[in-house]
Ligand binder design. Structure first.
Ligand SMILES: Nc1ncnc2c1ncn2[C@@H]1O[C@H](COP(=O)(O)OP(=O)(O)OP(=O)(O)O)[C@@H](O)[C@H]1O
Ligand SMILES: [Mg+2]
Length: 299
């Protein structure tokens, strides 16, 4: 099995539930506080590792209690954490989430994720380049993504960029990645809304994979064939982390040597599986669980 390296964010989501959101300046009593490990980088590393991939995580945490918990959580999921840097005097990436009356407020502190810079990449470069597949997202400085993609391309690696949260990407970065996996909103931010979706996909054959939530996922093969995989019909419990499960599963399948089309087909089911479970990382499946849940995948 080929080796996967994820270079990206590692966060803790602190989720408090209350009957309603507090007004400005108001103090209200909440119910419980949950610590949910997240961050798109860590989520994708966990998704690939749970499926059975050999995954090494590269990123930064703070030297606080959350940082320790985040490292433990990754290790528990089977992700190699040796080269994650603990940055002294810095907060670990944290999202403060308040949930009340069907709505929420979120404050994100990038914290240590901002330290995933060129200097850090240089310090782990030899280890990073042992991997065959490098996975990137948009929760670390874009300059770092540019640098890693350049290194990856130069050394013949497969580079997968999941461009969420949405922000524009440079032509250079786009040309260097092997696969780009936006959702529909991110695709609109990157490519604009003038082109119809099919025309857009045809412009990037064998490269652009657009996820469409409960509609499924689409791509154009390297041969120019447009393919759409409809989403599996599942009971929606929690869609958090569905996209990250899809990206992690794509990495896992490519690491196993699957074709792009086979990989996307499987990833569409793996992501649907995660939607039926609560939590981003807790909902991510093992390989056999996906096959048992969706026997049609064996065909
Ligand atoms: N309601 C659903 N039913 C079945 N599958 C779903 C559903 N929602 C999402 N999925 C699966 O998850 C994939 C990714 O979903 P989506 O396009 O919403 O990603 P995303 O917006 O990037 O999510 P994230 O916020 O986790 O990054 C879809 O392509 C599909 O395979
Ligand atoms: Mg996403």
């Amino acid at each position: 099995m080929a080796l996967i390296a994820v270079v990206g964010s590692i966060n803790m989501d602190l989720v408090v539930t209350a009957d309603r959101l507090p007004n400005k300046g108001e103090t209200i009593t909440g119910k419980d506080l949950q610590y949910l490990p997240g961050g798109k980088g860590a989520n994708q590393a966990v998704a690939a590792a749970k499926l059975g991939a050999d995954v090494q995580m590269f990123g930064c945490v703070g030297d606080d209690d959350l940082g320790k918990r985040l490292l433990e959580n990754l290790a528990d999921a089977g992700v190699e954490t040796t080269h994650i840097r603990t940055v002294p005097g810095v907060t670990s990436g944290t999202a403060l989430i308040t949930v009340g009356s069907g709505d929420n407020t979120i404050v994100v502190i990038p914290g240590a994720n901002a330290y995933v810079d060129r200097e850090y990449i240089d310090s782990i470069k030899d280890e990073l380049l042992r991997a065959d597949i490098i996975m990137l997202q948009h929760e670390i400085p874009q300059e770092t993504n540019e640098y890693v993609a350049e290194l990856g391309e130069k050394h013949g690696k497969i580079v997968i960029l999941d461009p969420g949260p949405a922000r524009p990407i440079s032509e250079a970065l786009l040309s260097r990645v092997s696969y780009l996996t936006p959702n529909e909103h991110e695709a609109a931010v990157i490519f604009g809304t003038e082109k119809d979706p099919e025309e857009l996909l045809k412009g990037y054959p064998g490269k652009l994979i657009i996820s469409q939530g409960d509609k499924g996922v689409s791509l154009c093969t390297a041969d120019g064939e447009l393919l759409h995989f409809p989403a599996a019909d599942v009971e929606v419990v929690d869609t958090t982390g569905a996209g990250d499960t899809m990206s992690g599963a794509l990495g896992f399948m490519l690491a196993r040597g699957s074709s792009l089309v086979e990989a996307v087909r499987f990833a569409n089911y793996a992501a649907a599986f995660s939607v039926e479970r609560y939590g981003a990382q807790t909902g991510m499946p093992a390989y056999d669980e996906v096959l048992s849940r969706f026997p049609e995948l064996r065909n």
